[in-house]
Ligand binder design. Sequence first.
Ligand SMILES: *Cc1c(COP(=O)(O)O)cnc(C)c1O
Length: 382
Amino acid sequence: MSAPATCPRQPPRNTTGTHDPVLEIDLSAVAANTRHFAHTAGGEVLAVVKADGFGHGLDGMARTALANGATWLGATSIAEAVEARAADADAPVLSWLNPVDADVTTACGHRIDLAVPSGRHLAAVVEACTRSGYRARVHLQLDTGMARDGAAPDEWPELTAAARRAENAGHITVVGVMGHLPRAGEPGLPPNTTGPQELLHGVEMARQAGLRPSVRHLAATAATLTDPDTHLDMVRIGAGLVGIDPSGSTRLGSALRLTAPVVQVRRVPAGTGIGYGHTHVTDRATTLALLPIGYADGLPRAASNRAQVMVASRWCPVLGMISMDQLVVDLGDQPVDPDTEAVVFGPGDDGEPTVDDWAHWAGTIPHEIVTGIGHRVRRSIR
Ligand SMILES: *Cc1c(COP(=O)(O)O)cnc(C)c1O
């Protein structure tokens, strides 16, 4: 009689197969894109590394951008700005979206510049600097037509006057004035043509209040690519570094390639309902492949029954609803072996679907696709 099978006391820790879904990140594309912007921009380039470097990994994005012509780093939160500081000890780093009670002392301790969008934010910065003895480097933030972040024009005179008092008292130095454009992908529209004037007017008022901001910045990717009048002293580039051009004017390189293995292949007859809700029913006998990747991994459910992936060099439609962890594609009459690698999207060089295709299928923008890839997808950075 053989001994009963028993579970080992210590289960093996790493059960990751070599064929799990992988997000390959090619930083040479980021390098080339950065060089394009450094060459195009009239002034300096701030690399926007928010949202974990637009889903590409903050550290690699930051280092690559600085090595290829960017001179500043920026992110929304202080936490991500601190990560950016860890990537480079010297480059100026800006954080521009924080609650009033944000940890200003930590930001100053890491030499992070802070955008200040209101009198209450300014008072909090002054208070923190009074306590800590730091002198904060501040960019006054003016709302140039978005009704979003930044001071409304009617709050600007008071904000600049208060900033001047704080500067005189030694708590802050106003180094910059910043704005943001709402419709930069559509050059020629009024918010874009008036944006630079509004920002320069705001700078003029700041100067009249006695401030000497030296870094005026307004443009992000789209405006930088389409309108040199918006460049001023610095441009803030995020999407463009990862190959997204909202203006549709420039061919940039995409850095991402997302693959998943086929885990199962099956032949089904006509009339087979697929997945939750049977939102697709086959109209012929066909062969289905199952991929272990779903909306928890960032593939939008809205792309169900619309998206395609590439399997064995052929585009294969996604059939039925994309599930949390898996999706089904149609191989037609050409089966493949399990473990065949499917390309969900890539730069498009080998004819595979792209991030833009997925955005189109999901009714969204490529930014949402690249920033949405889930944590459990393994990253492979080169
Ligand atoms: C995200 C962001 C950017 C970068 O915009 P892209 O269009 O991705 O280049 C620039 N400025 C601000 C204030 C932002 O929030």
